[in-house]
Design a protein around this ligand. Sequence first.
Ligand SMILES: O=C(O)CCC(=O)C(=O)O
Ligand SMILES: [Fe+2]
Length: 286
Amino acid sequence: MSEMPVVDTELRCFERPFTWESIDAVVHEEGGVILKNFFSSDEVASFNRDVDEYLIADEDAGKPRSGSTAYDKFLGHKTVRLQGLIEKVPNVAEWIGHPELCDWAGRTLKPVATSTLLNAAELIQIGPGEPKQYLHRDSDSWPMAPLGEHPLIVNAVVALDPFTLANGATHVAPGSWRWDRKRKVQPAEMLRAVMEPGDVLVFRGDIVHGGGANTTDVPRRALSISYCVGWLRTVENSILNISRERIKMLPKHLQQLLGYAAYDGSRDNGGLIGLYENGDPSILLE
Ligand SMILES: O=C(O)CCC(=O)C(=O)O
Ligand SMILES: [Fe+2]
């Protein structure tokens, strides 16, 4: 009989004062941690008010329409997903560009990239009756990319509602980037990210995870901010989703995160990519 791997029964939690060094080490080894009270209740309340306002104005917003039946099921027919968030919820720019989250992403991806892109910033509101999402790795978006010691993508899921076992708290399998892709997950290997609003689940995008079923009668809202290596095609096309006028108003590091920077691969004997007219696309923002 094969031996069952030993996993903790709960995801590790950190609360300020914490050191990013210890978080980096746990994320690298186990795959993810929860940062308690990372955003304040005032920040969450104000963010939620802006999202409510947007959703009231457009009841059909965020329905899956990928054109693929399987992918739409993955996105969730009872789930509201908003992209292009910087146009819809202005203050989200500060969360996406949060210096500590961006630095964490940059450090984690540094062994495999010299700069980072926003892969996607999505509001994910799992509605009542939504079944459990397919377990997946966010890195499955690039199925040809090998799983290795260092992830190509990292994700910060901010709880904007309480995350409970009943309303869809994210399922997470620590250590699972070390598994063969075909390996079936055992239920005992999955943990749940039970969180309070303002808590953030930070994780390597190559661990097996997925949104939970929402068996309650109210939605479960989250903001997922994923960052990837700067040489990858991103899930969300930020350059098309966010107008150049809006991007011009953002700080430089966010402009770069959204794609207005060439990727310089010369550190690794590579070239420059993402060019505009043979040069850096930031010229378009002048
Ligand atoms: O909403 C969640 O808890 C996770 C969703 C997720 O993993 C995804 O859509 O890629
Ligand atoms: Fe995911």
